[in-house]
Design a protein around this ligand. Structure first.
Ligand SMILES: C[S@@+](CC[C@H](N)C(=O)[O-])C[C@H]1O[C@@H](n2cnc3c(N)ncnc32)[C@H](O)[C@@H]1O
Length: 217
């Protein structure tokens, strides 16, 4: 039986058919809207992608997930292409996009207009080259010892998705596409994703952004 169910006009993923743990993509979520209004917690992310130097960036978010980081970047005026390889996650995103386009909140509609969604594995998808200023990677974090540290949607994602050991390969692949830089999101205390040292690092309270400059490679 499919773990996807339409509840109150939203497509939801129900792990073990349990409605209490249902998750869905929600660009009208108040916490997300507060995040884009406040911006303070995300200064490292906006610096890491290169927004201090250049406006109107074109960003490829090659690991879309729930699309929250992409939505935040779109709220800052970036044009963001989201790529997601997991078919269930992709369908949740598609449904989130449909609802966001019809939102009564003008800000949500403005952001979603700057975002485009594609299904596919970044490592095996033919993408247009020479147009992405920044490629953003947020591969799955390793499972946390204390699950309370991981938000509910991310916990569900960890059960839904396969373990992945291709992350290192992704940096090299991303550098072929990025005109300016590749940004990798990590937990603050996590090891580097690759044996290559980043050119710049930005650390926030819980996350770290490792930046690999294209011209430096
Ligand atoms: C941690 S989540 C990303 C969360 C996202 N940054 C957000 O703000 O919601 C990682 C996502 O990347 C996807 N992913 C991992 N490797 C991928 C690949 N090679 N190509 C496309 N998507 C991939 C996974 O399916 C998962 O949905």
């Amino acid at each position: 039986m499919t773990p996807l169910k339409n509840i109150d006009g939203r497509l939801m993923y129900l792990p073990n058919n349990d409605e209490k743990s249902a998750v869905f993509v929600d660009f009208e979520n108040l916490r997300l809207l507060h995040r884009i209004k406040d911006g303070a917690k995300d200064q490292e992310l906006s610096r890491a992608v290169g927004l201090k130097k250049q406006r109107n960036l074109k960003i490829l978010d090659a690991t879309a997930g729930f699309g929250k980081d992409a939505f935040f970047l779109a709220s800052l005026g970036c044009e963001v292409r989201l790529l997601e390889r997991d078919p269930i996650m992709f369908r949740l995103l598609e449904d989130g996009f449909i609802r966001a386009r019809k939102s009564s909140c003008r800000r949500v509609v403005e952001c979603i207009e700057r975002m485009s969604l594609y299904e596919g594995d970044f490592l095996h998808t033919n993408l247009q080259n020479g147009i992405w200023d920044t490629v953003y990677l947020d591969p799955m974090f390793p499972k946390a010892k204390k699950s309370a540290l991981v938000k509910k949607d991310m916990q569900v994602l960890q059960t839904l998705l396969l373990d992945d050991d291709s992350s290192e390969q992704m940096i090299m692949h991303a550098l072929r596409y990025a005109i300016s830089r590749v940004v990798v999101k990590r937990r603050k205390s996590s090891p580097l994703l690759s044996e290559y040292l980043p050119d710049i690092q930005y650390s926030g309270s819980s996350n770290r952004f490792d930046v690999y400059l294209s011209c430096a490679k």
